[in-house]
Design a protein around this ligand. Structure first.
Ligand SMILES: [Zn+2]
Length: 132
C-alpha cells in the first residue's frame, strides 16, 4: 500500500451505515469497467480501437465530495501521456497504465471490459492545482 495516495482530508466522513476504508488507487481502479457494452474502447487521441490484452493509459478523477472515480479519457500505447497537464484544485486526479481485461458475468451471459494490472503513473491530490 502506497500512502502517497491516501490523505486524511481525502476521506469522506463516516455517517450512518457508511463505513470508511482506506485503500490504494491500484485497488480502487482495478476491475473498474471501461468502454461500451460492445467491448470497444477507443483512444481519445487517435480514435484507434484498443483491444483486450492491450496496454492503455487512463485519466481518472474524483471530486472532493464524490465517492467514485470517473474514468474520462483512455489512450493507446502510441498516444500515452505520463503526466497530468493541468491539475485542478479540489479534485483528485490520476493517470494510470493498465491492461484491458475482460470480465465474464456468466449469470447474465455478458462481458465487460475493465482495468487490470493497474500501475499509477501520476497523481494529483485534492489540495494541488489551479482553481476550476
Ligand atoms: Zn491513440
Amino acid at each position: 500500500m502506497n500512502d502517497d495516495y491516501v490523505h486524511p482530508w481525502d476521506q469522506p466522513e463516516a455517517e450512518g451505515t457508511h463505513r470508511t476504508v482506506q485503500t490504494t488507487l491500484h485497488q480502487t481502479l482495478t476491475g473498474l469497467p471501461v468502454g461500451l457494452a460492445t467491448l470497444d474502447v477507443i483512444c481519445s487521441a487517435c480514435k484507434r480501437a484498443i483491444q483486450e490484452g492491450d496496454h492503455l493509459w487512463v485519466y481518472a478523477y474524483r471530486a472532493a465530495d464524490d465517492p467514485e472515480w470517473l474514468l474520462t479519457r483512455c489512450y493507446c500505447e502510441a498516444c500515452a501521456v505520463d503526466e497530468i497537464e493541468t491539475p485542478t484544485l479540489g479534485t483528485s486526479e490520476t493517470l494510470v497504465e493498465a491492461r484491458l481485461d475482460v470480465v465474464a458475468i456468466t449469470s447474465e451471459q455478458r462481458h465487460h471490459l475493465c482495468l487490470g494490472a493497474v500501475d499509477v503513473r501520476a497523481f494529483s491530490p485534492l489540495t494541488e492545482g489551479a482553481r476550476p
